[in-house]
Design a protein around this ligand. Structure first.
Ligand code: ADP
Ligand code: MG
Length: 674
């Protein structure tokens, strides 16, 4: 994995930790809790609705029982009247007027709408209100039952004409204008004229044992007392939440014939009709309706049940219900409270969760950034997080500590590296120096070898030459004595011969001196430099006189040197002769001596300077080589090398400085005589 890839992997990891932490922090609050709340709310809503339905079902049961009880009650009263001694006496007697009066009295007492006695032939024996229409229908199932000796009570539907025959007031009361109602089944009818009657019949016996029936009726159309009683019974004060309203209704077919549902402030919704849906469920299918329904002008939690007449036919409905709006309102308020509470909780807790999450991922990101910085070369980068006692804080602290150690080690490594470099440089320099010394030594060695070889040869040759020269010199002397009288004739030739032989012997001596200097070492004595210099000058006078050369002397040396006098003279003479040779056209020769220390050793220095031709640096490099000369015939090239050998043997040193065309200075340093 490359460095870059590693870094990016690290940082995505960092980001994903951040996202995962945020998810951990926010998921429960923003996703799981809302989901749970949603489930709870839906469930609550279901239960709430079920509870409402169950309540309205209970209400319907009460209303139903009241209706049943009412029927029973009416039946009992009529039966009691039928069994009363007075009634029996009157019905068996002949006094119809008195029977009529009793019926009238009892009808009012029992708040009935009609009360009559009829025989099996269908004739009205007595009635209240008084009617004796022969056309009235008496063949009702309840009447049949009573004639057969069984008291019976049921709800029956009377046609308007039938009511009118009993009492015009009843017919009038039963009549209701239909009010157009939205959602109801469309109809052409303009009014409902039929009457819904609590129909009760009780068996009685006429004189002679003929069976008869005491029949009573209570018209329910617009019987507001009846419906208000039901309503009060079902919805006692404070049995519903504030703003809700209990309602009860009796339907004849689908028309409200008795209700406390209001159209407006005071007008009851009589004549309005039930919705098509309810009608189909209850009247047509005979089922109980338990649901929210639109009643007249608002939504009600409603319960409808069919009313069956004595023929077993569904003729109407009993309804109870209460206004849904307050419950809906209460439900919405509850939901709103929950939602608001949730939002408040979320708003309050999410920042806390986020802060906690941040307290975790911030240090992690900081550490990642720090590591990236360090990786990209900034060794000084640190997390610098405040000291925290949690694990992440401790990890960050450890990281900083590790980075400190890393930086310290890096620093030490660098230092060490620099030190190593310095050492390597130093060693390299030393090596170069050693190399150069080695080169020089090698050169010296080769030279020494060469010199040694040359020395051996030269010494041999010189010895071999010395003897012939001695023989030649001896013979020349013999010849001279023999020719004593004729000497003058060959004086010049003899002198030339002497000179040349001398020169040969000089060269041979020098050669020997160069080849085997130790054999020539004489006594070593202490000398003052200026004395030695002064002794040398006469030796070269003849050369000085040839060219116009001024001699300048500066004798400043106070110290003495320890050296063989002849040797020192020889060195100085060599140098002076060279200087004179370098100034063929004259010049100035400066001879100087002074006390001087070399490498901390006391000594003195003798300088021989000329204003002659000088030397090139190439020449300078070779002047101490034996046999090196630029003077062709004249020179031997041995002067400087012999001088150097002599001086070195004495622990001294010889240097040359020269500038072509300007002159040369040779310096001889010799240690002070102890
Ligand atoms: P020789 O004098 O026999 O040539 P030396 O050893 O004395 O040999 O000198 C070597 C060479 O050094 C000379 O040939 C000359 O070229 C050079 N030399 C020495 N002294 C001087 C000087 N003072 N000025 C210029 N050249 C010099
Ligand atoms: Mg010379």
């Amino acid at each position: 994995m490359s460095r870059a890839a590693e870094t990016s992997w690290f940082s995505t990891q960092g980001r994903s930790v951040r996202f995962r932490l945020l998810a951990i922090a926010l998921l429960p609050m923003l996703v799981i809790l809302p989901l749970l709340l949603g489930v709870a709310i839906v469930r609550f809503d279901d239960r709430f609705n079920a509870m409402l339905i169950s309540k309205v079902n209970g209400d319907l049961t009460i209303a139903h029982q009241y209706l049943a009880r009412n029927l029973e009650y009416t039946g009992e009263h009529v039966e009691a009247l039928g069994f009363s001694a007075r009634f029996r006496d009157l019905v068996r007697g002949e006094d119809r007027a008195e029977l009529q009066a009793l019926l009238e009295e009892r009808r009012k007492e029992l708040s009935l709408d009609f009360l009559y006695v009829t025989g099996r032939d269908g004739k009205i024996i007595a009635s209240s209100p008084s009617f004796d229409s022969p056309t009235i229908r008496t063949a009702w199932p309840v009447v049949e039952s009573a004639l057969n000796g069984i008291p019976s009570t049921a709800i029956d539907i009377f046609a308007n004409e039938e009511l009118a025959e009993i009492d015009l007031g009843l017919a009038w009361r039963a009549t209701l204008e239909l009010v157009p109602t939205p959602n109801a089944v469309p109809t052409d009818r303009r009014s409902e004229t039929r009457g819904m009657v609590v129909h009760s019949a009780s068996p009685v016996t006429l004189a002679g044992g003929a069976p008869a029936a005491l029949v009573s009726g209570l018209l329910l159309n617009q019987n507001l007392v009846f419906i208000d009683t039901i309503n009060d019974l079902v919805y006692r004060a404070a049995s519903l939440p504030e703003g809700s309203q209990g309602t009860a209704t009796l339907f004849l077919d689908d028309v409200r014939v008795s209700t406390n549902v209001r159209l407006f402030e005071d007008r009851r919704a009589l004549g309005t009709r039930v919705s098509a849906a309810v009608r189909s469920t209850v009247l047509e299918k005979g089922e109980t309706w338990l649901d929210s329904a639109f009643v007249v002008n608002d939504w009600y939690i409603s319960a409808y049940e069919p009313i069956v007449d004595s023929y077993g036919k569904r003729v109407g409905m009993l309804y109870v219900g209460f206004l849904e709006a307050p419950f809906t309102h209460a439900r919405y308020m509850t939901l709103l409270t929950i939602v608001v509470a949730f939002l408040v909780m979320t708003a309050a807790s999410v920042p806390i969760f986020l802060r906690w999450a941040r307290a975790i991922f911030r240090p992690l990101e900081r550490m990642t950034d720090t590591i990236s910085q360090v990786e990209s070369g900034d060794l000084g980068a640190r997390t610098s997080l405040p000291v925290a006692q949690d694990e992440i804080g401790r990890v960050a602290g450890h990281l900083d500590k590790l980075l400190n150690q890393l930086q310290e080690r890096d620093r030490r490594l660098r230092e060490w590296n620099e030190e190593l470099n310095a050492r390597v440089d130093e060693r390299t320099r030393e090596l170069q120096l050693a190399n150069r010394q080695l080169e020089a030594t090698t050169k010296q060695l080769i030279l020494s070898e060469k010199l040694a070889a040359i020395g051996e040869i030269t010494a041999g040759v010189a010895h071999e030459i010395n003897n012939p020269i001695a023989v030649m010199q001896g013979n020349l002397d013999v010849i001279r004595t023999m020719m004593s009288d004729q000497m003058d004739k060959a004086r010049t030739e003899f002198r030339l011969l002497d000179e040349q032989i001398h020169r040969i012997s000089q060269i041979v001596t020098k050669l020997l001196q160069f080849a085997k200097p130790e054999e020539y070492a004489g006594y070593v004595e202490r000398h003052a430099a200026d004395h030695v210099i002064a002794d040398c000058l006469p030796l070269v006078r003849h050369l000085l006189s040839k060219a116009e050369i001024n001699i300048v002397r500066e004798d400043c040396a106070t110290r003495l040197v320890l050296m063989n006098r002849t040797e020192l003279q020889q060195v100085i003479v060599n140098l002076v002769v060279n200087a004179i040779h370098a100034m063929p056209d004259g010049g100035r020769l400066t001879l100087r001596s002074a006390d001087s220390d070399l490498d901390g050793k006391p000594g003195l220095i003798i300088e021989i300077s000329d204003t002659g031709v000088g030397m090139s640096s190439e020449t300078m490099q070779k002047i101490f080589d034996p046999f090196f000369t630029t003077k062709r015939q004249q020179g031997t090239g041995l002067g400087l090398s012999i001088s150097q050998t002599l001086v070195t043997r004495q622990g001294g040193k010889i240097f040359a400085e020269s500038e072509p065309g300007r002159g040369t200075t040779f310096s001889i340093w010799l240690p002070e005589a102890a």
